[in-house]
Design a protein around this ligand. Structure first.
Ligand SMILES: [Zn+2]
Length: 363
């Protein structure tokens, strides 16, 4: 989800990388649900090219685009398909996907074993009270507030993220998600002459929404829906995402926690992205109180996954954005073009696919 912000902001750390035409690249196969305008489809293609220039995983992402009347202030939102994987398989995939310094430092700090430990709250079986906001450590090994290890041994990721990690077919023709844009006449579709002071950068907004589908999402947004009794027990909340494996706070590293122990709580305490098990903060995540947790904290100029867009501002993919996508399984290094290259199969997708796969609207 992305919202209109009526303030100015500066994006720090903007990348100046130039696409290497000889490298393998990510393909976006875009289909119009029927209500998207030609300008929206062209803008989506341009947004996809921004990511393809920076992420070199040889996968095809299948996106359907539509336009609809959205709540006031909402410019677009993304519905992505998700699949669950074992923590062991995800950790092994991340170890196997290492190519950058961040990949090595982040993957080496992933907790070993078949379960990972986390700071959690809001559970029905919270020892501090039913759906209490007070955090506790959930190791997956049993103890107070632990009904089972299922939330500690399961990682839930977008299907596009699974493609990048090699956990599913790279060029599957199944839909990865649907992006919906507002029908309001508020977008500037042409970036070549800057963004009109009274309009919003459509291509930047489209790139933001694609970012969610690629995996910039947090299960804390689901946990936040467990704040009212009776709620679900810890083991029923199997929504930790790959990005959440790099979500920390000083509390998660403190007494009872440690390096690599994530902070998966829903509260107003800021959490940060770290590529070395929490030792070094890179950027601040949204805590979910004002905007969804599936973002950077708003209006700090940390990157395109800021939950807000400002009129007259060209939105840029930042080094923070790229580092996050790097550690969750995407390849940011320039790699040689493979000798053979398989293009995506084309074709219309029937509704049958929609009911076979779980879809979740998180952003
Ligand atoms: Zn968003």
């Amino acid at each position: 989800m992305i919202y209109r912000l009526l303030q100015t902001t500066v994006i720090a750390g903007v990348l100046t990388l130039v696409a290497n035409q000889a490298s393998a690249s990510m393909i976006f196969n875009l289909s119009n649900q029927g209500s998207a305008t030609a300008q929206m489809m062209a803008g989506m293609a341009e947004a996809g090219a921004l990511w393809s220039a920076l992420l070199h995983d040889p996968i095809t992402v299948q996106i359907r685009i539509q336009a609809a009347s959205l709540p006031a202030g909402v410019l677009g939102h993304t519905d992505s398909f998700y699949d669950p994987y074992s923590y062991t398989d995800v950790r092994n995939a991340m170890l196997g996907d290492r190519s950058s310094a961040d990949d090595f430092s982040s993957a080496s700090k992933l907790q070993s074993g078949s379960v990972h430990s986390m700071l959690i709250n809001r559970t029905a079986n919270n020892p501090n009270g039913v759906v209490s906001a007070t955090p506790y450590f959930d190791t997956g090994l049993g103890g107070p507030g632990q009904a089972g290890p299922e939330n500690n041994n399961t990682i839930r990721m977008t299907t596009a993220n699974a493609k990048a990690l090699g956990l599913s077919s790279a060029h599957s023709i199944l839909l990865d998600g649907i992006i919906t844009f507002s029908t309001q006449n508020i977008f500037d579709f042409n970036r070549s002459n800057g963004i009109n002071a009274a309009q919003l950068d459509f291509v930047g907004i489209a790139a933001h929404e694609i970012g969610h589908m690629l995996g910039f999402v947090s299960g804390v947004d689901v946990l936040g829906g467990n704040a009212a009794a009776p709620g679900l027990n810890d083991n029923q909340l199997q929504f930790v995402t790959p990005l959440d494996l790099f979500r920390f706070s000083s509390r998660s590293l403190g007494a009872g926690g440690g390096i690599g122990v994530i902070d998966w709580t829903d509260d107003s305490i800021d959490k940060y992205f770290s590529a070395n098990g929490g030792t070094t903060p890179v950027a601040t995540f949204s805590n979910g109180a004002t905007y969804e947790a599936s973002h950077w904290k708003y209006n700090l100029g940390q990157g395109i996954m800021d939950p807000t867009a400002t009129a007259g501002t060209l939105m840029q993919i930042s080094t923070n954005d790229l580092r996050a996508f790097d550690v969750i399984g995407f390849d940011t290094a320039i790699v040689p073009e493979p000798s053979t290259f398989v293009l995506a199969a084309l074709g219309l997708l029937g509704l049958g696919f929609l009911v076979l796969r779980k879809m979740h609207r998180s952003d």
